[in-house]
Design a protein around this ligand. Structure first.
Ligand code: PMP
Length: 350
């Protein structure tokens, strides 16, 4: 604490990101990155962009990327917003689209950045408990105004809602902005982008950090009605008009265009997930059904915090949350088959 800090900064409770260790030899299964590298076409596009043009500002609108996303999802380019990671896109949403004097609704077990943004932007919020199966209960999500946000699949549970359930939420809350955070959608869910034509209050956010292996580049996006996207553009242009650099714009666009590489990687991750679930079940773990690139697992007899420490001592990092109701779970990102095997071997020792 410094005497130079304003009361506002003194009161901030920032988000604590997962550890990014310096040791390359650790088996890193703690922050849901993709174990496979980015599309070779994305790398080539960025290499081609490494030239004299870097002295010039990038396209403030990232049109090249917006067009690639619009083409992929069969929407108009003016229905796409791009930003510096979906965390930044979410920041703009919290800042400008959620009403500051009406409580925002989200699950009590969810992405822990949501309450942080509420604190930062002075938004009231109300949380609602997940059901006994750690699933979102659709009936709890009717909101006359004020906004709703949840990830689908949810994090850190990995549980997914069907499109029909999302549609029920949208129908129950036609005057609220409903944000579906689809950071993990490509590993098992159906994207709600299919609903944006019919629901002008729906905003879907996505990231290139997970299924497109570009966490190090920081690109995220939102897709929704042109009126919601225009609001985000206004906010962005009042904050940082050039959120994406030249490399990010061409690399992310090429990643969206390379469907074949994307499909291959996601299938590998999904099949590794199913294999890991069966291995860990064999070791006595209870694992929630997962539609994400991670699993949420607990052992009926072993303490999760101790398991996380024991794994770390053997060079495997997973994520443990101290939050009530989930303190006996570990969130384990899906790695390569070799990394997953290293985890299973380490767990056998504990
Ligand atoms: N939403 C959820 C649910 C996440 O788990 C994450 C990753 N921590 C993000 C958004 C942010 O992803 P990024 O900023 O890398 O796009």
């Amino acid at each position: 604490m410094s005497k130079f800090w304003s009361p506002f900064v003194k009161d901030l409770v920032p988000y604590v990101p997962g550890e990014q260790p310096k040791l390359a030899k650790l088996v890193k299964l703690n922050t849901n990155e993709n174990p496979y590298g980015p599309s070779p076409k994305a790398l080539a596009a960025m290499q081609a962009e490494l030239n004299d043009s870097l002295r010039l500002y990038p396209d403030p609108n990232g049109e090249r990327l917006k067009n690639a996303v619009a083409e992929y999802y069969d929407v108009q380019a003016n229905q796409v917003f791009v930003g510096n990671g979906s965390d930044e896109v979410l920041a703009h949403i919290f800042h400008g689209l959620f009403q500051h004097d009406k409580a925002l609704l989200f699950p009590d077990i969810t992405y822990s950045f949501y309450p942080v943004y509420c604190g930062l932007y002075g938004i009231d919020f109300q949380t609602v408990a997940l059901d006994e199966e750690f699933q979102i209960r659709v009936a709890d999500y009717a909101r006359p105004n004020g906004g709703i946000i949840f990830p689908n699949p949810n994090a850190p549970t990995g549980r997914v809602l069907a499109l029909e359930a999302i549609e029920q939420i949208l129908q129950a809350s036609p005057d609220s902005v409903v944000v579906v955070d689809e950071a993990y959608i490509d590993f098992g869910g159906q994207s709600a982008v299919a609903l944006v034509e019919r629901y002008p209050n729906l905003l879907v956010t996505q990231t290139l950090s997970k299924s497109r292996s570009l966490a190090g580049m920081r690109v995220g996006l939102a897709i929704g009605s042109a009126e919601l996207i225009e609001a985000l553009e206004r906010i962005k242009n009042s904050f940082n008009s050039y959120p994406l650099d030249r490399l990010a714009i061409v690399g992310a666009a090429a990643a969206f265009e390379d469907r074949e590489y994307f499909e291959t990687c996601r299938e590998k991750v999904i099949s590794s997930r199913e294999h890991l679930i069966s291995e860990l079940s064999g070791l006595g773990f209870d694992i929630l059904p997962s539609a994400a690139n991670f699993i949420f697992a607990r052992h009926p007899l072993k303490d999760a915090a101790e398991l996380a420490v024991g794994l770390r001592q053997q060079g495997v990092i997973v994520r443990h949350f101290k939050q009530a109701r989930i303190e006996q779970f570990l969130r384990i990102s899906i790695g390569t088959p070799e990394q997953n095997q290293a985890l299973v071997d380490a767990l056998r020792e504990l």
